[in-house]
Design a protein around this ligand. Structure first.
Ligand code: HPA
Length: 263
């Protein structure tokens, strides 16, 4: 199975653990993809993509999530491990900790969040992250907890009141890049799981003003561990997963002649 890695800030070096076969930029119906690096790691073909493109060119609300996921599908990727930097909404989950979310709350507002504008497709996201891929990441022994990922539109950080509200709603960590990425992967029947690196306490949990420097500093400190976990996970990913992700479109589409107004 071809594995995709969507790197947030700072894990490009994973490519150096394998042998690079090819670098590719493709045109998609949604725009040009970022550069994809195809490399061989532990005998598996892996496609690495930097979510923000080179030099952090696109801020979270401007990332072309559709082009990114479409491009990975086009490269034959069947399973994606994503990394995201997040703020923690609990004192007990500290900067430097790793969290693999099992669910999300989507507070994005302005993003293209589906591939299906001309067909009526309602994918099931009762369990939005692939349970088998999560298990692989969790088996590293380095993940402190599962949790609910709250995705905000950004680019600003949250207000104190927003963080308190997200906590009351069941959120664990907050970030700006996890969606619609996870849903778009499901819409193209790709397994998807994310490993989140806590870079800071979220607004109002942190006693101090939030700065992007602390986010980058914390990511930098954890970079090697994250690369090691992903590299080891690639060994453990089996040739085929017996999960529901690869048949996400079964029973999801309203067929012509079928009534859809009730939905
Ligand atoms: N909020 C939103 N996104 C983030 C944060 C945060 O506190 N930290 C890293 N990405």
């Amino acid at each position: 199975m071809t594995v995709g890695i969507i790197g947030g800030t700072g894990i490009y070096e994973i490519v150096e653990m394998g042998s690079v076969l090819e670098k590719k930029v493709i045109q998609t119906p949604f725009g040009t993809s970022p550069e994809m690096i195809i490399f061989n790691l532990h005998g598996k073909e892996v496609v690495f993509m930097s979510r923000h493109a080179e030099g952090h060119a696109y801020p979270p609300h401007m990332v072309n999530y559709q082009a990114n996921i479409w491009a990975l599908k086009n490269m034959g990727v069947e399973c994606i491990v994503a990394t995201n930097a997040v703020g923690s909404m609990y004192q007990s989950i500290k900067p430097g900790d790793l969290v693999v979310p099992h669910d999300f709350l989507d507070f994005t507002r302005l993003r293209k969040n589906t591939f299906y504008d001309d067909r009526t497709v309602h994918v099931d996201v009762t369990e939005p992250y692939c349970p088998l891929l999560r298990e692989v990441l969790n088996s590293s022994g380095k993940v402190v907890t599962e949790g609910v990922y709250v995705c905000t539109e950004g680019p600003r950080f949250e207000t104190g009141a927003e963080v308190q509200m997200y906590r009351k709603l069941g959120g664990t960590v907050v970030g700006m890049t996890g969606l619609p990425e996870a849903v778009l992967a499901r819409e193209l029947e790709i397994c998807y799981a994310s490993i989140c690196m806590v870079s800071n306490y979220a607004a109002s949990i942190s006693p101090a003003k939030l700065t992007i420097d602390e986010v980058f500093d914390e990511v930098e400190k954890k970079r090697e561990v994250l690369i090691e976990i992903i590299s080891n996970s690639i060994i453990k990913i089996p040739e085929s997963f017996k999960c529901q992700c690869h048949c996400a479109l079964d029973g999801a589409e309203v067929k012509s002649g079928q009534e859809s107004e009730d939905l």
